[in-house]
Design a protein around this ligand. Structure first.
Ligand code: C2E
Ligand code: MG
Ligand code: MG
Length: 632
């Protein structure tokens, strides 16, 4: 007699899983399909197990062919289920992508041979027989356990081989369901009358559900849209990459709008947008990528132009939340996936970068991303990677460019300029990585590294002996406004034993947007003994009155106004320099490329000169070499 205590509860739990599985949005990807097959095969196995067991118990009152067929169906389902666990593992480790086929071939072979033995059993009696005395096991009944073990061993082999291609937590979960299935097989052999295998399969399925299939892992908490993780998984499917397009759109000024309307109302608005999109485009997949960024995805032959128009048109009208009308505007970008050969993570990054750019662009009607724009975004992502690595390993380089006295043309100071290198050892100019560092919040760390390296240089070399009176260090506006900057910099000075008057801090004119706010910070830097220079003067819109109010000691003329003067020598620049000098500022002219320029700028009263005619920015070792002759 069989004990069926486990069968009914297992079936009920599976039904709940199945309902949940279908009730929530699900990505149409291979992993989900593999799980669905597994779920259905498990239900089929349990149902046929139940029916076959009932038939075996009541064989005397049933036609023998029916008892035989029910057993046949159960054995078929049982072996299929074991193989589907392996299939799930194979999809999990992305076996199909590696073109590594022997485990696949072997698993099909085992499956076919075992199923063939089962199918022919009514004739051969290999796995089971049914006769007037009821159901009996055949000599090859053991193939049920053997095939199951074989599939499990193949699965473990896959996990071991591809352990690096999946997340560690995924690997642990996969090992866990393999262990559960092995335990189930062993107990089934030890206690055959209990039908325990179904319970262990159910446990394995629960582990899979919780670790990989729980829809909540893939759905954003703003509404029934998929999240970034789901988006990455979707992009990882080769089919979608062959024939897919994504249309991303961003809410303009999302952070400002969020602080204006408040988090609760904005979240409500996001929910409304998601609900509207789902209703309008039921055939497209909808993702919410946080920060006011959405994305709809689908096949290339979708009417993308219509989708884009509809979305932008809808944003012309307010989104009516419970207590407020949200007036939002959106901007779109499209990416054709067939053109992209890079990893899903990179595509997600590209899209988010592209949306960030589109958000700030004046062109709301932006359409398909041009190849050039995508390449540019790729380059930015690459630079960010180099930047992150350099910051992590403290390998940001500092180059020094001499600043000379305009009368003697002797080097009296230097400007420190940050440099990064790519994998090939080529230099990346700051014009490319400083804006990225500012945007991604790493500018403070970068500035700190530069400051430390400058202090180390001053400590390690006899700078005064070499004629260097100070080193200029550039400050980004974001860094400048950081409240702990004065404390941080002065503690670095103490650490390296450098005096504050050996450092001049440069702040660009362009960044002096709000003089009154910056005044306080600059004043406190001055109190720590730093001198301040106004960099790139002439590139922004400061008036003399504003400049006068701030305690700068030096004004650096932007190279553009220097070059303009050289081309057209009017009286404007000389009188400006004169006025500044009257106000007590010293003047540095940047971008001096010829001796003639040097003389002209000295003539109009500039105190210091900086430019390629003296030297380009150099690595420290090369810089000290050009210094030594000056000090003799
Ligand atoms: P900047 O502070 O105005 O630095 C002067 C820039 O002009 C440097 O470019 C320098 O190489 C270049 N230059 C100097 N003399 C000449 C010349 O005769 N002709 C021409 N055509 N160019 C000349 P670089 O090194 O590419 O730096 C660009 C900007 O990046 C800097 O402009 C500065 O604003 C920023 N930067 C550089 N390093 C740092 C840093 O450590 N922190 C911050 N926040 N910004 C930095
Ligand atoms: Mg500068
Ligand atoms: Mg400058």
């Amino acid at each position: 007699m069989w004990n069926m205590d486990f069968v009914i509860p297992s079936l009920l739990v599976l039904t709940v899983l199945l309902i949940f599985y279908f009730a929530r949005p699900r990505l149409p990807n291979q992993l989900n399909r593999a799980f669905l097959f597994l779920l259905v095969s498990d239900i089929a196995t349990i149902v046929t197990d139940f029916l076959a067991t009932c038939a075996d118990n009541a064989y005397h009152s049933l036609p023998l062919w029916l008892v035989s067929v029910l057993n046949l169906l159960f054995f078929l389902a049982y072996i299929l289920r074991s193989s589907l666990f392996l299939r799930f593992t194979a999809v999990l480790v992305k076996l199909n992508r590696v073109g590594f086929t022997w485990p696949k071939a072997l698993s099909y072979f085992i499956l076919l041979v075992c199923e063939a033995i089962v199918v022919t059993s009514p004739l051969t009696g290999a796995v089971y027989t049914v006769d007037a005395m009821g159901y009996h096991r055949g000599p090859l009944y053991v193939i049920l356990a053997l095939s199951s073990f074989a599939f499990l061993l193949l699965g473990i082999n896959l996990l071991f081989r591809f352990r690096k291609s999946i997340r560690k937590s995924a690997l642990i979960s996969a090992m866990a369901y393999h262990a559960i299935l092995i335990a189930g097989n062993v107990l089934r052999i030890l206690f055959p009358q209990y039908l325990v295998m179904n319970v262990f399969c159910l446990l394995a399925i629960l582990v899979i559900y919780l670790a990989f299939e729980n829809p909540d892992l893939y759905i954003t908490d703003r509404g029934p849209a998929f999240n970034t993780r789901a988006f990455t998984d979707w992009l990882d499917d080769p089919q979608h990459r062959k024939d897919g397009r994504i249309l991303g759109f961003a809410i303009r000024n999302y952070n400002d709008e969020r602080s204006m309307y408040g988090g609760i109302q904005m979240d409500e608005g996001l929910g409304l947008i998601i609900a509207w999109l789902k209703k309008q485009f039921p055939d497209l997949l909808l993702f919410y990528l946080r920060g006011g960024n959405f994305c709809v995805a689908g096949a290339e032959d979708t009417e993308w132009e219509q989708v884009r128009k509809k979305i932008l048109e809808r944003f012309q009208a307010p989104w009516q939340a419970e207590s407020v009308d949200l007036n939002l505007s959106a901007t779109c970008v499209e990416i054709r996936l067939a053109d992209r050969t890079d990893s899903p993570d990179r595509i997600v990054n590209t899209l988010i970068y592209a949306l960030d750019q589109a958000r700030d662009s004046a062109d709301i009607e932006q359409t398909l991303m041009s190849e050039e724009t995508l390449r540019q975004i790729d380059r930015q992502i690459e630079i960010k990677r180099y930047l992150d690595t350099a910051l992590e390993h403290n390998t940001v380089e500092v180059f020094l460019q001499p600043i000379v006295d305009s009368h003697t043309q002797q080097i009296v100071a230097a400007e420190a300029l940050a440099r990064l290198r790519n994998d090939r050892g080529e230099l990346i100019p700051p014009g490319l990585f400083i804006p990225i560092a500012e945007k991604h919040g790493s500018i403070n760390l970068l500035g700190e590294q530069v400051m430390r390296k400058v202090c180390a240089f001053i400590r390690d070399y006899d700078v005064l002996g070499m004629g260097l009176r100070w080193i200029n260090v550039n400050l980004s506006p974001i860094q400048c406004m950081h409240s702990n900057l004065p404390d941080l910099f002065s503690s670095i000075l103490t650490e390296y034993g450098v005096s504050a008057n050996q450092i001049h801090l440069e702040i660009t004119e362009e960044s002096m947007i709000n003089y009154s706010e910056q005044e306080k910070q600059i004043e406190s830097l001055r109190q720590f003994g730093f001198q301040l220079a106004l960099d790139d003067y002439g590139s922004g819109f400061s008036n003399l009155h504003q400049v006068k109010k701030i305690a700068f000691s030096n004004i650096k003329l932007d190279m553009k106004i220097v070059w303009d003067y050289i081309h057209d020598r009017d009286a404007l620049l000389p009188s400006l320099v004169h006025a500044f000098r009257q106000m007590g500022f010293s003047i540095t002219a940047e971008g001096i490329e010829t001796q003639e320029m040097a003389e002209a700028m000295a003539e109009i009263g500039c105190d210091y000169l900086q430019g390629y005619v003296f030297s380009k920015p150099l690595p420290v070792d090369n810089f000290t070499k050009i210094l030594q002759p000056c000090s003799e």
